[in-house]
Design a protein around this ligand. Structure first.
Ligand code: CDP
Length: 218
């Protein structure tokens, strides 16, 4: 059975960077599950539709090529703010989540390139996708620290925005993700909470390695 590391948490908590580095550290496959929801949201927007339209969202999820979507980690359109908002709107639709479930569970059962394990990051990995994961880490940070990181990221990409707008958008998306009926962002009962508010990327990664090694060694 492959070893599964589940990394969940709200946006800009640092979970993506931690997951990618953990995968490299352990020689495991990495799946950024947010890319699936981003790709579905973007498909709806590009068809001229409204991302709150459940019928269009389900159609886009069923037609999605998940391997292609998750290979586009650096795609500027998928990483855009419009795609983030659209992703969190399609992510409330139960039929969308159902359509994306099998790909994620298959990834855990048989990680690509016959790797011995997989690191998945998202919102519901430890609770729904891989409830039996050997390692579960819920990465979080204060809304202000997260908005500050996202603002700097957007500035580095020359996207025009203000800190206040980024913080407001983030709070709105957090609320939608945390209060939805299905698979809300919340730590699994057996997850370790990693608060990165006062940690830099290196310190957060070191702490995640420590948590993972302790669980895997058992
Ligand atoms: O990087 P960031 O945390 O900002 O976003 P992301 O992880 O790419 O996720 C984008 C959106 O997809 C989130 O706001 C969630 O609404 C949704 N999502 C989800 O519902 N379940 C997941 N496993 C991953 C993402």
């Amino acid at each position: 059975m492959p070893t599964i590391i589940a990394i969940d948490g709200p946006s800009a908590s640092g979970k993506g960077t931690i997951a990618r580095k953990l995968a490299a550290h352990f020689g495991f496959a990495h799946l950024d599950t947010g890319l699936l929801y981003r790709a579905v949201g973007l498909t709806v927007l590009r068809s001229g539709g409204d991302s709150s339209d459940a019928v269009l969202a389900e159609k886009a999820a069923l037609a999605l090529d998940p391997v292609k979507a998750t290979s586009l980690a650096d795609d500027a359109d998928l990483r855009s703010d419009e795609a983030s908002v659209a992703a969190s709107k399609v992510a409330v639709v139960p039929a969308v989540r159902a359509a994306l479930l099998k790909f994620q569970q298959d990834f855990c059962a048989a990680p690509p390139e016959s790797k011995r394990g997989a690191v998945l990051d998202g919102r519901d990995i430890g609770t729904i996708i891989a409830p039996k994961a050997q390692v579960k880490i819920f990465v979080t940070a204060s809304p202000e620290a997260r908005a500050d990181r996202r603002f700097k990221e957007l500035q580095a990409r020359s996207q025009r925005t203000t800190y206040a707008d980024v913080l407001a958008d983030m709070k709105e998306r957090d609320a939608r993700d945390a209060t939805r009926a299905l698979a809300p962002t919340k730590p699994a009962p057996d997850a370790v909470i990693l608060d990165t508010t006062t940690l830099n990327a290196e310190q957060a990664f070191a702490e995640a390695v420590r948590i993972a090694e302790e669980k895997i060694a058992r």
